[in-house]
Design a protein. Structure first.
Length: 498
């Protein structure tokens, strides 16, 4: 039972965990809105996880912070009449109730600068707390944690911060749920899954390792300038780290694409080490990926746009399913599943729809890669080169155990360079079946260019003036060839027109 004190001496309430139906006539205005906060415990536990509408994505489906001043702030997009809040603490996400937030305040503001505090909680133990207030106009809501747990543990854990009320403003953007628990079958199978039919409207390619579906006109209308990608991983039998990818295919109206239709890579990622029997850690939600540069292309009204996810899995002899004879053969054929949504909170401004995929998901085995030449129709004769690249190869001395400098040139002129070095330490907690050594010492004696459970960064480089020119991109990899064993650099290059 939580004691909630409303300021100005108006009211003192003893609250229990009341479901959000207490605000049935209002809306959760914080859902998928821009959120900021104090430094998170890990890269996959940022503020956006507390407004994503989910508590079922495992330990990564929360905002966590150990900062001295722990706070979470949400921009509701416009001033609204706020009537209450629901906070889903650690226990709501499947963690121990000893991690439930003990003391916190909730404040409101119209300008993000001057705040009032209608809710103060000093002795909560519940996993879900609900806090009705007198209707108050505000655009910003802030949760400040003063005592994060029931013990001395210093980490605040908030799975959802819901702000209820009514708004006369017409919000821009929306949520497009593209896939829900879409399976990933084995990459080494030779035929389509025997007992599986994809959902209506979903195309299945490459023996159940890739799936795509067309965005409807109504869904395209939800795409905004701040477009984000949210992917969740649901463990099953394959508990190794595998490459995943999100892509799109644009075709003329009425044309159905195939697995070989040219595509554009939107985001690559790596699965964590987990399995179906790992409880909360059987599910993992990645940090939202920024797809703003592709918003115009995905909303193109003149083409049919198919969005896909894939990469496949590798259920293998001796995997976690082998020790569970009660599961069916159909279950054993699936390594893991993905859920995926596209999220916007703003409207789409007029912009060039044209994106040209130059390379998509190709394993390159040389240290100088050329993409193009391609033509363009950029109205301003300028654009950006989008690059997704990382080294792979699990043999001793393979490229996944390295990092290097990548140089990008456009039409012979250097556009930029970057290091592929990463630090995987914060992601170790999401891989209960993984070798802990993979996640340690990555900036010293154990280099890596990607992390299990991590996104492969998308990087952008200006083309400069391309008036009257075709576009050729050259990528230099600062590693000697030939690479060891099956090593290579999985590479995707696209031209985004301005």
């Amino acid at each position: 039972m939580a004691r909630v004190i409303v300021p100005l001496g108006v009211l003192i309430l003893l609250l229990i965990a009341i479901p959000p139906t207490a605000f049935a006539a209002t809306t959760n205005l914080a859902l998928n809105r821009p959120a900021t906060g104090s430094t998170p415990c890990a890269g996959a536990e940022g503020p956006e996880k507390a407004v994503n509408g989910s508590v079922s994505g495992g330990n990564s489906d929360k905002w966590c912070s150990q900062a001295g001043n722990k706070y979470l702030q949400v921009d509701l997009g416009a001033t609204a009449s706020i009537t209450g809040f629901t906070v889903r603490h650690a226990g709501a996400g499947g963690e121990s109730s000893t991690y439930n937030t003990k003391a916190f305040t909730i404040s409101l503001s119209t300008d993000g600068s001057t705040w009032t505090t209608p809710v103060t909680v000093t002795d909560n133990t519940a996993s879900v707390t609900t806090h009705p207030i007198a209707a108050t106009d505000a655009r910003y809501a802030k949760l400040t944690v003063t005592t994060p747990t029931q013990s001395s543990d210093p980490a605040a854990r908030i799975y959802e911060f819901e702000v209820y009320g009514t708004s006369s403003a017409t919000p821009g953007g929306g949520v497009i749920p593209v896939f829900d628990h879409i399976p990933q079958f084995g990459i080494y199978t030779s035929s389509d899954p025997a007992n599986y039919t994809p959902p209506a409207g979903v195309l299945m390619w490459n023996r159940g390792t890739e799936f795509a579906r067309k965005l409807t006109d109504a869904e395209k209308a939800l795409v905004g300038d701040d477009l984000r990608l949210r992917v969740s991983y649901h463990a099953q039998c394959d508990n190794y780290d595998r490459i995943g990818t999100v892509f799109y295919v644009a075709v003329p109206k009425g044309v159905t694409p195939t697995a070989t239709t040219p595509r554009v890579t939107l985001q690559d990622f790596i699965t964590p080490f987990s399995n179906y029997w790992q409880g909360a850690k059987a599910n993992y939600t990645y940090p939202d990926a920024d797809l703003g540069p592709y918003a115009g292309a995905l909303a193109d009204p003149d083409r049919d746009v198919y969005v896909g996810i894939g990469g496949g899995s590798n259920p293998y002899g001796g995997d976690p399913c082998d020790s569970h004879p009660e599961v069916s053969s159909d279950f054993k054929a699936i390594g893991f599943k993905y859920s995926m949504s596209l999220i916007s909170t703003t409207t789409l401004t007029a912009q060039d729809h044209d994106v040209t995929g130059m390379i998509s998901g190709v394993r390159e085995a040389t240290n100088s890669i050329t993409a193009g030449p391609v033509t363009h129709t950029a109205a301003t004769n300028r654009g950006d080169i989008a690059l997704v690249i990382a080294g792979y190869g699990s043999a001793s001395g393979g490229e996944e155990y390295s990092n290097t400098t990548i140089t990008v040139s456009v039409n012979g002129t250097k556009a930029g360079s970057f290091s592929t070095a990463v630090d995987c330490a914060s992601l170790e907690q999401y891989s209960p079946d993984g070798n802990p050594g993979i996640f340690r010492g990555n900036t010293t004696n154990n280099p890596r260019s990607w992390c299990p459970g991590g996104l492969i960064p998308s990087r952008y480089f200006p083309t400069g003036d391309i008036t009257g020119k075709n576009v050729t991109v050259t990528i230099g990899i600062g590693r000697p060839v030939p690479y060891v064993g099956d090593s290579g650099y999985r590479t995707s290059v696209s031209l985004l027109e301005h």
